[in-house]
Design a protein around this ligand. Structure first.
Ligand code: FAD
Ligand code: AMP
Length: 479
Protein backbone atom coordinates (compact mmCIF):
# COMPACT_ATOMS: atom_id res chain seq x y z
CA UNK A 1 0.00 0.00 0.00
CA UNK A 2 1.36 3.47 -0.88
CA UNK A 3 2.27 5.84 1.95
CA UNK A 4 0.19 8.64 0.46
CA UNK A 5 -3.16 9.26 2.17
CA UNK A 6 -6.14 11.53 1.58
CA UNK A 7 -6.12 12.30 5.31
CA UNK A 8 -3.59 11.74 8.08
CA UNK A 9 -4.76 12.49 11.60
CA UNK A 10 -2.17 13.08 14.33
CA UNK A 11 -3.60 11.97 17.70
CA UNK A 12 -6.23 9.32 18.45
CA UNK A 13 -8.26 11.05 21.18
CA UNK A 14 -12.00 11.73 20.75
CA UNK A 15 -11.15 14.44 18.21
CA UNK A 16 -8.66 12.44 16.16
CA UNK A 17 -10.14 8.94 16.16
CA UNK A 18 -13.60 10.25 15.30
CA UNK A 19 -12.18 12.37 12.44
CA UNK A 20 -10.30 9.36 11.04
CA UNK A 21 -13.36 7.09 11.18
CA UNK A 22 -15.63 9.72 9.60
CA UNK A 23 -13.08 10.40 6.83
CA UNK A 24 -12.91 6.68 6.04
CA UNK A 25 -16.71 6.42 6.05
CA UNK A 26 -16.76 9.20 3.47
CA UNK A 27 -14.54 7.15 1.16
CA UNK A 28 -11.23 8.83 1.96
CA UNK A 29 -8.03 6.90 2.50
CA UNK A 30 -7.33 7.72 6.14
CA UNK A 31 -4.56 7.03 8.65
CA UNK A 32 -4.29 7.97 12.32
CA UNK A 33 -0.94 8.39 14.09
CA UNK A 34 -0.85 7.82 17.86
CA UNK A 35 2.24 7.69 20.07
CA UNK A 36 0.69 6.51 23.38
CA UNK A 37 2.33 3.22 24.37
CA UNK A 38 1.26 0.82 27.11
CA UNK A 39 3.60 -0.82 29.61
CA UNK A 40 3.64 -3.90 27.39
CA UNK A 41 4.71 -1.79 24.39
CA UNK A 42 1.35 -1.75 22.60
CA UNK A 43 -0.30 1.29 21.03
CA UNK A 44 -3.02 2.89 23.17
CA UNK A 45 -5.89 4.61 21.39
CA UNK A 46 -8.57 6.93 22.83
CA UNK A 47 -6.39 9.80 24.12
CA UNK A 48 -6.93 11.63 27.39
CA UNK A 49 -10.68 11.06 27.35
CA UNK A 50 -10.71 7.29 27.36
CA UNK A 51 -7.48 6.64 29.24
CA UNK A 52 -7.03 9.31 31.91
CA UNK A 53 -10.00 11.66 31.57
CA UNK A 54 -13.75 11.40 31.03
CA UNK A 55 -14.14 7.63 31.28
CA UNK A 56 -11.94 6.64 34.25
CA UNK A 57 -13.09 9.71 36.21
CA UNK A 58 -16.72 8.82 35.61
CA UNK A 59 -16.09 5.21 36.60
CA UNK A 60 -14.70 6.42 39.94
CA UNK A 61 -17.49 8.99 40.34
CA UNK A 62 -20.14 6.32 39.83
CA UNK A 63 -18.54 3.86 42.24
CA UNK A 64 -17.83 6.45 44.93
CA UNK A 65 -21.38 7.80 44.60
CA UNK A 66 -22.80 4.33 45.23
CA UNK A 67 -20.52 3.91 48.23
CA UNK A 68 -21.56 7.24 49.67
CA UNK A 69 -25.24 6.50 49.13
CA UNK A 70 -24.91 3.12 50.80
CA UNK A 71 -23.25 4.79 53.80
CA UNK A 72 -25.41 7.86 54.14
CA UNK A 73 -28.54 7.66 51.99
CA UNK A 74 -29.84 4.15 52.58
CA UNK A 75 -30.93 4.15 56.20
CA UNK A 76 -33.63 6.81 55.82
CA UNK A 77 -35.05 4.77 52.92
CA UNK A 78 -35.29 1.69 55.12
CA UNK A 79 -32.30 -0.11 53.66
CA UNK A 80 -29.96 -1.55 56.24
CA UNK A 81 -26.46 -1.86 54.84
CA UNK A 82 -24.06 -2.34 57.70
CA UNK A 83 -20.26 -2.17 57.52
CA UNK A 84 -20.14 -1.05 53.90
CA UNK A 85 -16.50 -1.04 52.87
CA UNK A 86 -14.60 0.08 49.81
CA UNK A 87 -11.97 -2.13 48.18
CA UNK A 88 -9.80 0.41 46.37
CA UNK A 89 -7.82 -2.21 44.41
CA UNK A 90 -11.07 -3.75 43.11
CA UNK A 91 -12.49 -0.33 42.28
CA UNK A 92 -9.35 0.51 40.27
CA UNK A 93 -9.49 -2.86 38.56
CA UNK A 94 -13.04 -2.15 37.43
CA UNK A 95 -12.05 1.34 36.20
CA UNK A 96 -9.13 -0.12 34.21
CA UNK A 97 -11.36 -2.84 32.77
CA UNK A 98 -13.80 -0.25 31.41
CA UNK A 99 -10.94 1.78 29.92
CA UNK A 100 -9.42 -1.31 28.32
CA UNK A 101 -12.71 -2.39 26.79
CA UNK A 102 -13.35 1.05 25.27
CA UNK A 103 -9.83 1.71 23.99
CA UNK A 104 -9.73 -1.78 22.47
CA UNK A 105 -13.04 -0.97 20.81
CA UNK A 106 -11.44 1.88 18.86
CA UNK A 107 -8.89 -0.47 17.35
CA UNK A 108 -11.85 -2.58 16.21
CA UNK A 109 -13.62 0.47 14.75
CA UNK A 110 -10.46 1.48 12.86
CA UNK A 111 -10.30 -1.99 11.38
CA UNK A 112 -13.99 -2.11 10.50
CA UNK A 113 -13.83 1.28 8.76
CA UNK A 114 -10.49 0.73 7.02
CA UNK A 115 -8.50 3.35 8.97
CA UNK A 116 -4.74 2.64 9.03
CA UNK A 117 -3.41 2.97 12.56
CA UNK A 118 0.21 4.10 12.75
CA UNK A 119 2.04 3.71 16.07
CA UNK A 120 4.56 6.48 16.69
CA UNK A 121 5.12 10.17 17.31
CA UNK A 122 3.89 12.31 14.42
CA UNK A 123 5.47 15.56 13.35
CA UNK A 124 4.01 17.78 10.68
CA UNK A 125 6.61 18.89 8.13
CA UNK A 126 6.11 21.38 5.28
CA UNK A 127 3.68 20.51 2.48
CA UNK A 128 1.51 18.09 4.47
CA UNK A 129 4.25 15.53 5.04
CA UNK A 130 4.11 13.71 8.37
CA UNK A 131 7.23 12.21 9.88
CA UNK A 132 6.52 9.36 12.28
CA UNK A 133 9.10 8.18 14.81
CA UNK A 134 8.30 4.76 16.22
CA UNK A 135 9.10 3.49 19.72
CA UNK A 136 12.49 2.18 18.53
CA UNK A 137 13.44 5.58 17.14
CA UNK A 138 12.96 4.64 13.48
CA UNK A 139 11.42 7.35 11.30
CA UNK A 140 9.21 7.12 8.26
CA UNK A 141 7.62 9.94 6.29
CA UNK A 142 4.06 9.82 4.98
CA UNK A 143 2.29 12.23 2.63
CA UNK A 144 -1.30 13.40 2.67
CA UNK A 145 -3.60 15.82 0.88
CA UNK A 146 -4.95 16.82 4.27
CA UNK A 147 -3.53 16.60 7.79
CA UNK A 148 -5.63 16.97 10.93
CA UNK A 149 -3.77 17.84 14.13
CA UNK A 150 -5.58 16.46 17.17
CA UNK A 151 -2.77 16.28 19.72
CA UNK A 152 -4.90 17.38 22.67
CA UNK A 153 -3.76 18.86 25.95
CA UNK A 154 -1.75 18.16 29.11
CA UNK A 155 -2.25 19.25 32.75
CA UNK A 156 -0.71 22.62 33.64
CA UNK A 157 2.15 22.35 36.13
CA UNK A 158 2.76 25.46 38.23
CA UNK A 159 6.12 26.39 39.80
CA UNK A 160 4.86 26.52 43.44
CA UNK A 161 3.72 22.89 43.27
CA UNK A 162 5.70 20.73 40.83
CA UNK A 163 4.28 17.22 40.37
CA UNK A 164 6.29 14.50 42.08
CA UNK A 165 3.93 11.69 41.11
CA UNK A 166 3.49 10.54 44.70
CA UNK A 167 2.40 13.37 46.99
CA UNK A 168 1.71 16.17 44.50
CA UNK A 169 -0.17 14.80 41.53
CA UNK A 170 -2.10 15.90 38.45
CA UNK A 171 -5.53 14.59 37.45
CA UNK A 172 -3.97 11.40 36.10
CA UNK A 173 -2.27 10.64 39.43
CA UNK A 174 -5.53 11.36 41.25
CA UNK A 175 -7.17 8.51 39.35
CA UNK A 176 -4.54 6.09 40.62
CA UNK A 177 -4.36 6.51 44.42
CA UNK A 178 -3.95 3.10 46.02
CA UNK A 179 -5.58 4.16 49.30
CA UNK A 180 -7.96 6.87 50.46
CA UNK A 181 -5.85 9.87 51.55
CA UNK A 182 -6.86 11.01 55.04
CA UNK A 183 -6.47 14.69 54.19
CA UNK A 184 -6.63 15.64 50.54
CA UNK A 185 -5.85 19.08 49.14
CA UNK A 186 -7.08 20.15 45.72
CA UNK A 187 -5.76 23.28 44.02
CA UNK A 188 -8.38 24.71 41.66
CA UNK A 189 -12.18 24.56 41.97
CA UNK A 190 -12.68 23.97 38.26
CA UNK A 191 -14.51 21.01 36.74
CA UNK A 192 -11.64 18.54 37.22
CA UNK A 193 -10.80 19.67 40.76
CA UNK A 194 -14.42 19.40 41.87
CA UNK A 195 -14.97 16.01 40.25
CA UNK A 196 -11.81 14.40 41.64
CA UNK A 197 -12.26 16.08 45.02
CA UNK A 198 -15.79 14.61 45.14
CA UNK A 199 -14.56 11.08 44.34
CA UNK A 200 -12.15 10.99 47.28
CA UNK A 201 -14.42 12.91 49.65
CA UNK A 202 -17.13 10.30 49.11
CA UNK A 203 -14.62 7.56 49.83
CA UNK A 204 -13.72 9.18 53.13
CA UNK A 205 -11.04 11.84 52.55
CA UNK A 206 -11.25 15.15 54.34
CA UNK A 207 -11.09 17.39 51.25
CA UNK A 208 -10.05 21.05 51.07
CA UNK A 209 -10.30 22.79 47.69
CA UNK A 210 -8.21 25.95 47.38
CA UNK A 211 -9.38 28.35 44.67
CA UNK A 212 -7.74 31.65 43.72
CA UNK A 213 -10.83 33.35 42.34
CA UNK A 214 -13.50 34.93 44.52
CA UNK A 215 -16.40 33.74 42.37
CA UNK A 216 -17.28 30.05 42.44
CA UNK A 217 -17.60 28.58 38.91
CA UNK A 218 -17.51 32.00 37.21
CA UNK A 219 -18.60 30.69 33.80
CA UNK A 220 -21.68 28.96 35.23
CA UNK A 221 -24.99 30.81 35.69
CA UNK A 222 -24.53 32.23 39.19
CA UNK A 223 -27.91 31.10 40.54
CA UNK A 224 -26.91 27.54 39.61
CA UNK A 225 -23.31 27.97 40.85
CA UNK A 226 -24.48 29.31 44.23
CA UNK A 227 -26.96 26.46 44.65
CA UNK A 228 -24.27 23.88 43.86
CA UNK A 229 -21.74 25.60 46.17
CA UNK A 230 -24.16 25.28 49.10
CA UNK A 231 -24.74 21.61 48.35
CA UNK A 232 -21.01 20.81 48.02
CA UNK A 233 -20.30 22.55 51.34
CA UNK A 234 -23.13 20.59 52.95
CA UNK A 235 -21.53 17.36 51.71
CA UNK A 236 -18.34 18.28 53.55
CA UNK A 237 -16.21 19.60 50.67
CA UNK A 238 -14.32 22.49 52.23
CA UNK A 239 -14.00 24.98 49.35
CA UNK A 240 -11.83 27.98 50.21
CA UNK A 241 -12.44 30.80 47.75
CA UNK A 242 -10.14 33.75 47.10
CA UNK A 243 -7.15 31.67 48.19
CA UNK A 244 -4.04 31.55 45.99
CA UNK A 245 -1.65 28.70 46.56
CA UNK A 246 1.91 30.03 46.82
CA UNK A 247 3.95 26.96 47.69
CA UNK A 248 3.90 23.24 48.43
CA UNK A 249 6.64 21.41 50.27
CA UNK A 250 6.86 17.72 51.07
CA UNK A 251 7.98 17.16 54.66
CA UNK A 252 7.71 13.94 56.65
CA UNK A 253 5.35 12.32 54.14
CA UNK A 254 2.98 15.31 54.20
CA UNK A 255 2.42 18.13 51.73
CA UNK A 256 2.66 21.49 53.47
CA UNK A 257 0.72 23.97 51.38
CA UNK A 258 0.98 27.71 51.79
CA UNK A 259 -1.66 29.99 50.38
CA UNK A 260 -2.85 33.56 50.72
CA UNK A 261 -6.42 34.63 51.25
CA UNK A 262 -8.10 37.84 52.43
CA UNK A 263 -6.88 37.15 55.97
CA UNK A 264 -3.24 36.84 54.91
CA UNK A 265 -0.81 33.92 54.75
CA UNK A 266 -2.25 30.48 55.56
CA UNK A 267 -0.87 26.97 55.81
CA UNK A 268 -2.44 23.54 55.50
CA UNK A 269 -1.12 19.99 55.68
CA UNK A 270 -2.31 17.21 53.38
CA UNK A 271 -1.49 13.57 52.76
CA UNK A 272 -1.91 14.15 49.02
CA UNK A 273 -2.31 17.23 46.86
CA UNK A 274 -4.07 17.29 43.49
CA UNK A 275 -3.11 20.25 41.33
CA UNK A 276 -6.00 20.88 38.92
CA UNK A 277 -5.37 24.40 37.67
CA UNK A 278 -6.24 23.76 34.04
CA UNK A 279 -4.76 22.16 30.93
CA UNK A 280 -2.49 23.48 28.21
CA UNK A 281 -2.62 22.70 24.49
CA UNK A 282 -0.08 20.01 23.61
CA UNK A 283 2.06 20.38 20.49
CA UNK A 284 5.48 19.32 21.82
CA UNK A 285 7.71 18.34 18.89
CA UNK A 286 4.63 17.98 16.66
CA UNK A 287 5.16 20.90 14.30
CA UNK A 288 8.29 21.54 12.22
CA UNK A 289 9.31 25.19 12.05
CA UNK A 290 8.34 25.36 8.37
CA UNK A 291 5.00 23.53 8.82
CA UNK A 292 3.18 26.82 8.23
CA UNK A 293 0.90 26.32 11.26
CA UNK A 294 0.57 29.37 13.53
CA UNK A 295 -0.09 29.39 17.26
CA UNK A 296 -1.61 32.03 19.51
CA UNK A 297 0.14 33.49 22.55
CA UNK A 298 -1.19 30.70 24.82
CA UNK A 299 0.05 27.90 22.55
CA UNK A 300 -3.29 26.99 20.94
CA UNK A 301 -3.07 26.25 17.21
CA UNK A 302 -4.67 29.15 15.42
CA UNK A 303 -7.72 28.07 13.38
CA UNK A 304 -10.74 29.71 11.75
CA UNK A 305 -14.38 28.84 12.56
CA UNK A 306 -14.02 25.68 10.47
CA UNK A 307 -10.80 24.47 12.12
CA UNK A 308 -8.58 25.42 9.17
CA UNK A 309 -5.02 26.43 10.12
CA UNK A 310 -2.89 28.96 8.24
CA UNK A 311 -1.20 26.11 6.32
CA UNK A 312 -3.14 24.91 3.25
CA UNK A 313 -4.69 21.47 3.77
CA UNK A 314 -3.83 21.43 7.49
CA UNK A 315 -6.61 21.42 10.08
CA UNK A 316 -6.59 21.31 13.87
CA UNK A 317 -9.32 20.18 16.27
CA UNK A 318 -10.11 19.51 19.92
CA UNK A 319 -8.19 20.66 23.00
CA UNK A 320 -5.30 21.94 20.90
CA UNK A 321 -7.50 24.75 19.48
CA UNK A 322 -9.66 27.50 21.00
CA UNK A 323 -12.95 26.73 22.72
CA UNK A 324 -13.96 24.51 25.63
CA UNK A 325 -11.73 21.51 26.37
CA UNK A 326 -14.45 18.89 26.03
CA UNK A 327 -14.44 15.49 24.38
CA UNK A 328 -17.73 16.04 22.54
CA UNK A 329 -16.54 19.41 21.21
CA UNK A 330 -13.41 17.66 19.87
CA UNK A 331 -15.53 14.96 18.20
CA UNK A 332 -17.91 17.51 16.65
CA UNK A 333 -14.93 19.30 15.14
CA UNK A 334 -13.49 15.99 13.94
CA UNK A 335 -16.68 15.13 12.05
CA UNK A 336 -16.96 18.64 10.60
CA UNK A 337 -13.38 18.63 9.30
CA UNK A 338 -13.69 15.15 7.76
CA UNK A 339 -16.91 16.26 6.03
CA UNK A 340 -15.26 19.47 4.78
CA UNK A 341 -12.33 17.50 3.37
CA UNK A 342 -14.88 15.32 1.56
CA UNK A 343 -16.38 18.46 0.01
CA UNK A 344 -19.38 19.06 2.29
CA UNK A 345 -19.93 22.28 4.21
CA UNK A 346 -21.15 21.54 7.74
CA UNK A 347 -20.40 23.83 10.68
CA UNK A 348 -20.13 23.24 14.39
CA UNK A 349 -22.78 25.15 16.30
CA UNK A 350 -20.56 26.44 19.09
CA UNK A 351 -23.62 28.01 20.78
CA UNK A 352 -25.06 24.56 21.44
CA UNK A 353 -22.21 22.70 23.13
CA UNK A 354 -23.30 21.36 26.52
CA UNK A 355 -21.08 21.54 29.60
CA UNK A 356 -21.31 19.15 32.52
CA UNK A 357 -19.74 18.88 35.96
CA UNK A 358 -20.27 15.31 37.13
CA UNK A 359 -20.50 16.02 40.84
CA UNK A 360 -23.54 15.14 42.96
CA UNK A 361 -25.64 17.05 42.26
CA UNK A 362 -24.50 17.33 38.67
CA UNK A 363 -24.27 20.76 37.09
CA UNK A 364 -25.04 21.05 33.36
CA UNK A 365 -25.79 23.85 31.00
CA UNK A 366 -25.98 24.99 27.39
CA UNK A 367 -26.22 28.50 26.00
CA UNK A 368 -26.03 31.79 27.81
CA UNK A 369 -26.07 32.59 31.52
CA UNK A 370 -28.09 35.44 33.03
CA UNK A 371 -24.80 37.25 33.72
CA UNK A 372 -23.80 37.04 30.04
CA UNK A 373 -27.19 38.26 28.83
CA UNK A 374 -27.16 41.15 31.28
CA UNK A 375 -23.68 42.16 30.10
CA UNK A 376 -24.91 42.00 26.48
CA UNK A 377 -27.94 44.15 27.36
CA UNK A 378 -30.39 41.46 26.15
CA UNK A 379 -33.97 41.37 27.42
CA UNK A 380 -35.03 37.96 28.65
CA UNK A 381 -37.49 36.01 30.75
CA UNK A 382 -36.54 33.32 33.22
CA UNK A 383 -38.42 30.22 34.34
CA UNK A 384 -37.14 28.00 37.14
CA UNK A 385 -38.41 24.85 38.78
CA UNK A 386 -36.91 23.20 41.88
CA UNK A 387 -36.43 19.43 42.08
CA UNK A 388 -37.82 19.73 45.64
CA UNK A 389 -41.25 19.94 43.97
CA UNK A 390 -40.65 16.99 41.63
CA UNK A 391 -42.13 13.68 42.75
CA UNK A 392 -39.64 11.49 40.94
CA UNK A 393 -36.68 13.38 42.43
CA UNK A 394 -38.23 12.92 45.87
CA UNK A 395 -38.75 9.21 45.24
CA UNK A 396 -35.10 8.96 44.21
CA UNK A 397 -33.94 10.77 47.36
CA UNK A 398 -32.33 13.48 45.23
CA UNK A 399 -34.76 16.38 45.46
CA UNK A 400 -32.29 19.24 45.40
CA UNK A 401 -31.32 21.77 42.75
CA UNK A 402 -33.32 23.28 39.93
CA UNK A 403 -33.91 23.65 36.20
CA UNK A 404 -33.61 27.16 34.82
CA UNK A 405 -34.63 28.22 31.33
CA UNK A 406 -33.82 31.65 29.94
CA UNK A 407 -35.74 32.84 26.87
CA UNK A 408 -35.56 35.94 24.70
CA UNK A 409 -38.14 38.46 25.97
CA UNK A 410 -39.33 39.32 22.44
CA UNK A 411 -39.14 36.03 20.52
CA UNK A 412 -39.34 33.54 23.44
CA UNK A 413 -36.45 31.64 21.80
CA UNK A 414 -34.45 29.66 24.39
CA UNK A 415 -31.10 31.35 25.03
CA UNK A 416 -29.88 29.35 28.01
CA UNK A 417 -30.74 26.08 29.72
CA UNK A 418 -29.21 25.33 33.13
CA UNK A 419 -29.59 22.46 35.54
CA UNK A 420 -28.19 21.62 38.95
CA UNK A 421 -29.59 18.40 40.28
CA UNK A 422 -30.03 14.68 39.66
CA UNK A 423 -29.05 13.46 36.18
CA UNK A 424 -28.41 17.01 35.00
CA UNK A 425 -25.99 15.56 32.41
CA UNK A 426 -28.88 13.67 30.78
CA UNK A 427 -31.52 16.39 31.26
CA UNK A 428 -29.36 19.03 29.57
CA UNK A 429 -29.63 17.10 26.28
CA UNK A 430 -33.25 18.28 26.11
CA UNK A 431 -32.03 21.88 26.21
CA UNK A 432 -29.41 21.17 23.55
CA UNK A 433 -31.99 19.64 21.22
CA UNK A 434 -34.45 22.46 21.86
CA UNK A 435 -31.82 25.12 21.17
CA UNK A 436 -30.43 23.28 18.14
CA UNK A 437 -33.97 23.31 16.69
CA UNK A 438 -34.44 26.99 17.59
CA UNK A 439 -37.30 26.20 20.00
CA UNK A 440 -39.14 28.73 22.06
CA UNK A 441 -39.86 28.15 25.75
CA UNK A 442 -43.49 27.78 24.68
CA UNK A 443 -42.54 24.86 22.40
CA UNK A 444 -41.25 23.01 25.46
CA UNK A 445 -44.24 24.14 27.50
CA UNK A 446 -46.58 22.66 24.88
CA UNK A 447 -44.71 19.33 24.86
CA UNK A 448 -46.05 16.36 26.83
CA UNK A 449 -43.58 14.92 29.36
CA UNK A 450 -43.99 11.49 30.96
CA UNK A 451 -45.01 11.39 34.62
CA UNK A 452 -43.32 10.92 37.00
CA UNK A 453 -39.93 11.93 35.58
CA UNK A 454 -37.14 14.32 36.46
CA UNK A 455 -37.75 15.88 33.05
CA UNK A 456 -41.10 17.21 34.20
CA UNK A 457 -38.98 19.89 35.87
CA UNK A 458 -37.96 21.00 32.37
CA UNK A 459 -41.61 21.23 31.40
CA UNK A 460 -42.43 23.24 34.52
CA UNK A 461 -39.46 25.58 34.07
CA UNK A 462 -40.58 26.17 30.45
CA UNK A 463 -44.12 26.89 31.68
CA UNK A 464 -42.68 29.20 34.34
CA UNK A 465 -40.99 31.35 31.68
CA UNK A 466 -44.45 32.76 30.88
CA UNK A 467 -45.60 32.57 34.49
CA UNK A 468 -47.65 29.40 33.91
CA UNK A 469 -45.99 26.70 36.05
CA UNK A 470 -48.54 24.38 37.61
CA UNK A 471 -46.72 22.76 40.50
CA UNK A 472 -45.10 25.85 41.97
CA UNK A 473 -46.27 29.37 42.70
CA UNK A 474 -45.23 31.55 39.77
CA UNK A 475 -43.02 34.52 40.22
CA UNK A 476 -42.84 35.99 36.77
CA UNK A 477 -39.55 37.77 36.36
CA UNK A 478 -39.26 40.17 33.46
CA UNK A 479 -35.86 41.71 32.88
P1 FAD B 1 -6.75 14.05 23.63
O1 FAD B 1 -7.84 13.22 24.16
O2 FAD B 1 -5.81 14.67 24.60
O3 FAD B 1 -5.94 13.12 22.62
C1 FAD B 1 -4.77 13.53 22.00
C2 FAD B 1 -3.99 12.31 21.59
O4 FAD B 1 -2.93 12.71 20.76
C3 FAD B 1 -3.35 11.56 22.76
O5 FAD B 1 -3.69 10.21 22.69
C4 FAD B 1 -1.85 11.77 22.57
O6 FAD B 1 -1.07 10.65 23.00
C5 FAD B 1 -1.77 11.94 21.07
N1 FAD B 1 -0.62 12.71 20.62
C6 FAD B 1 -0.22 13.94 21.05
N2 FAD B 1 0.83 14.37 20.32
C7 FAD B 1 1.10 13.39 19.42
C8 FAD B 1 2.05 13.27 18.38
N3 FAD B 1 2.89 14.24 18.09
N4 FAD B 1 2.05 12.13 17.65
C9 FAD B 1 1.16 11.13 17.91
N5 FAD B 1 0.25 11.21 18.86
C10 FAD B 1 0.19 12.33 19.61
N6 FAD B 1 -14.38 16.07 28.66
C11 FAD B 1 -15.69 15.84 28.55
O7 FAD B 1 -16.28 16.21 27.53
N7 FAD B 1 -16.40 15.20 29.53
C12 FAD B 1 -15.81 14.79 30.67
O8 FAD B 1 -16.46 14.22 31.53
C13 FAD B 1 -14.42 15.01 30.83
N8 FAD B 1 -13.79 14.59 31.93
C14 FAD B 1 -12.45 14.78 32.05
C15 FAD B 1 -11.82 14.32 33.21
C16 FAD B 1 -10.46 14.48 33.37
C17 FAD B 1 -9.79 13.98 34.62
C18 FAD B 1 -9.69 15.08 32.31
C19 FAD B 1 -8.20 15.22 32.43
C20 FAD B 1 -10.31 15.53 31.15
C21 FAD B 1 -11.69 15.39 31.02
N9 FAD B 1 -12.38 15.85 29.88
C22 FAD B 1 -13.72 15.66 29.78
C23 FAD B 1 -11.67 16.53 28.79
C24 FAD B 1 -11.42 15.58 27.61
O9 FAD B 1 -10.69 14.47 28.06
C25 FAD B 1 -10.70 16.31 26.50
O10 FAD B 1 -11.41 17.47 26.16
C26 FAD B 1 -10.57 15.42 25.27
O11 FAD B 1 -9.85 14.25 25.56
C27 FAD B 1 -9.87 16.17 24.14
O12 FAD B 1 -9.77 15.36 23.03
P2 FAD B 1 -8.62 15.54 21.95
O13 FAD B 1 -8.88 14.51 20.92
O14 FAD B 1 -8.54 16.96 21.53
O15 FAD B 1 -7.25 15.24 22.71
P1 AMP C 1 -10.18 24.93 35.19
O1 AMP C 1 -9.33 25.75 34.28
O2 AMP C 1 -11.66 25.05 34.98
O3 AMP C 1 -9.73 23.50 35.27
O4 AMP C 1 -9.96 25.52 36.66
C1 AMP C 1 -8.70 25.70 37.25
C2 AMP C 1 -8.88 26.61 38.46
O5 AMP C 1 -7.64 26.68 39.17
C3 AMP C 1 -9.26 28.04 38.10
O6 AMP C 1 -10.49 28.35 38.72
C4 AMP C 1 -8.11 28.89 38.67
O7 AMP C 1 -8.57 30.09 39.23
C5 AMP C 1 -7.53 27.97 39.74
N1 AMP C 1 -6.12 28.27 40.08
C6 AMP C 1 -5.09 28.48 39.22
N2 AMP C 1 -3.92 28.70 39.88
C7 AMP C 1 -4.22 28.65 41.22
C8 AMP C 1 -3.46 28.80 42.45
N3 AMP C 1 -2.13 29.04 42.44
N4 AMP C 1 -4.11 28.68 43.64
C9 AMP C 1 -5.44 28.41 43.67
N5 AMP C 1 -6.20 28.26 42.57
C10 AMP C 1 -5.62 28.37 41.35
Amino acid sequence: MSDKYDVIVIGAGPGGYVAAIKAAQLGLKAACVESWTSEDNKQVLGGTCLNVGCIPSKALLEISHKFEEANHGYEMQGIIAKDVKIDIAKMMERKSGIVKQLTGGIAGLFKANGVTSIHGHGKLLANRKVEVTDKDGQTKTYEADNVIIATGSKPIEIPPAPFDGEYIVDSEGALEFTEVPKRLGVIGAGVIGLELGSVWARLGSEVTVIEAQDTFLPTVDQQIAKDSFKQFQKQGLNIVMGARMTGAEIKRKLVNVSYEDSKGKQEAKFDKLIVAVGRRPYTDNALAEDSGVQMDERGFIFVDDNCKTEAPGVWAIGDVVRGPMLAHKASEEGVMVAERIAGHKPQVNYDCIPNVIYTAPEVAWVGKTEEQLKAEGEEYNVGTFPFAANGRAMAANSASGLVKIIADAKTDRILGFHVVGPQASEIVAQGVIAMEFGSSAEDLALTCFAHPTLSESVHEAALAVAGGAIHIANRRKKK
